[in-house]
Design a protein around this ligand. Structure first.
Ligand SMILES: Nc1ncnc2c1ncn2[C@@H]1O[C@H](COP(=O)(O)OP(=O)(O)OP(=O)(O)O)[C@@H](O)[C@H]1O
Length: 411
């Protein structure tokens, strides 16, 4: 049995409002008159928000939908929920579909929470009697208490979101469409939502979960689809799909030509005796590594030109993540390693050798300095590099190289 079949579905939009309205009127006329709409062709100013999308959903199945902003995820959920019609292809749904697209957005602000429960759940297909029977469970789940008889416009966004989620899950849908909504609410309520979803799943509810955060999809869905610019890039096992998505996310702003950074030669008057000439990562064989791999060796090669023999050098490396909050991840100095460095006149390569790169997949920035005591001799503010993984490790904060060992301890 299948709850949902999406077959070769495409949807086009037009960004120009005036043109879009004109096309809308044209479409209505051709639909009424039954003439050929040519809906598989783009008209001037139109673009495909989704193209030839096919998927199936069986009872109890959880499908993750990942992709960058504008990939078409919400559009797909809107089509499945019946809020929009596809331009080509067809969507077959068996049973009741509950869209949780924008939690609380469907509420009427001047109606009370209780009135909104009736309005919302009846739109989703329940009779007044059925709603009355479930009312207490919905209010309890949403933890709204006495505020249930106050207008929804007096609710905090968290309260409205909780009420929206409570309504959707208590209609006991066959297919639940969830768009990013699990990101709302406090941790306690989020845990409750996950438990409720697991319970619904056991009862046979299937769902599609859209999330920007790959952790959420990895935790909940066995299979996933990665959408980009309206097309399916990969589908199948969530672990493989998330790996492909994360690799693309990390590489999108990084080109391998950045893997070695050359620094312009300084005029003699500006040199402090030692100048950094290039930076790159190398493997243990001395080959340049264009992209680091979590868990594999990586040696930061700092090439310098020294115009004299110098000793007592302190090399500092500060690594921060370019994704996220730009927080500092690593701060290594040769001085704190009790390893003040001595170099001879001429060209020299200093390596900061890491037997394992413990960084997670992502884009990073390294800041480097060479100091002698408090005197700064050279500094590089920004050397960008990328890290990827050979396995999915995004549920961790860093990569810990490890092996497993079993010892039989029975005598
Ligand atoms: N009603 C509309 N009219 C015109 N363009 C639209 C309309 N709705 C969506 N789009 C466009 O279609 C594309 C897909 O949008 P959609 O909202 O489905 O992406 P998304 O993957 O859900 O993105 P996000 O992660 O930012 O929510 C985008 O380029 C968007 O600007």
């Amino acid at each position: 049995m299948t709850y949902l079949i999406v077959e070769n579905v495409s949807k086009k939009f037009c960004r120009n409002l005036k043109q879009s309205l004109k096309y809308g009127v044209q479409d209505i006329i051709t639909e009424i008159t039954g003439t050929n709409r040519n809906s598989d062709k783009l008209r001037n100013g139109e673009f495909w928000a989704l193209q030839n999308i096919s998927l199936q959903l069986r009872p109890g199945e959880a499908l993750g939908l990942v992709g960058a902003n504008g990939a078409g995820k919400t559009t797909l959920l809107r089509l499945i929920s019946g809020l929009m019609k596809p331009d080509t292809g067809c969507i077959k749904v068996r049973g009741r579909v509950a869209p949780l697209i924008a939690l609380g957005a469907g509420f009427n602000p001047i109606l009370t929470g209780r009135e909104n429960i009736y309005a919302n759940m009846s739109i989703l297909g329940l009779s007044t009697q059925q709603i009355t029977k479930r009312l207490k469970d919905v209010i309890d789940f949403a933890e709204i208490d006495t505020a249930i008889d106050a207008p929804v416009q007096t609710y905090s966004s968290g309260m409205a979101a909780r009420l929206g989620f409570a309504c959707a899950v208590h209609i006991e849908p066959d297919v639940l469409l969830i768009d990013e909504v699990l990101a709302v609410g406090d941790i306690k309520f989020r845990m409750k939502c996950y438990q409720k979803l697991a319970q619904l799943r056991e009862q046979g509810t299937a769902f599609i979960l859209v999330a920007h955060n790959p952790h959420v999809v990895l935790n909940v869905c066995e299979s996933s689809i990665y959408l980009a610019k309206g097309n399916i890039i990969t589908s199948g096992n969530t672990v493989d799909v998330i790996r492909a998505y994360e690799d693309d996310l990390n590489m999108v702003t990084y080109s391998e030509s950045e893997s070695i950074m050359y620094l312009p030669a300084k005029p003699e008057s500006e040199s402090m005796g030692v100048d950094i000439t290039s930076l790159c990562f190398k493997d243990n064989q001395g080959e340049i590594i264009p992209i680091l791999i979590s868990g594999q060796p990586a040696n930061l090669a700092i090439n310098c030109q020294a115009n004299q023999n110098i000793d007592n050098l302190n090399i500092g490396v500060i690594i921060s993540a370019l994704s996220g909050q730009n927080e500092r991840i690593l701060y290594i100095t040769s001085a704190s390693d009790n390893n003040l460095i001595q170099i001879n006149r001429g060209a020299v390569e200093i390596q900061m050798q890491m037997p394992y790169c413990c960084l997670l997949p992502g884009l990073y920035n390294a800041k480097l300095y060479i100091k002698q005591g408090v005197q700064s001799l050279d500094i590089v503010q920004s050397f960008r590099f990328a890290v990827k993984a050979n396995q999915v490790i995004s549920q961790s904060l860093f990569y810990q190289p490890h092996t497993w060992k079993v010892t039989n301890t029975s005598s």
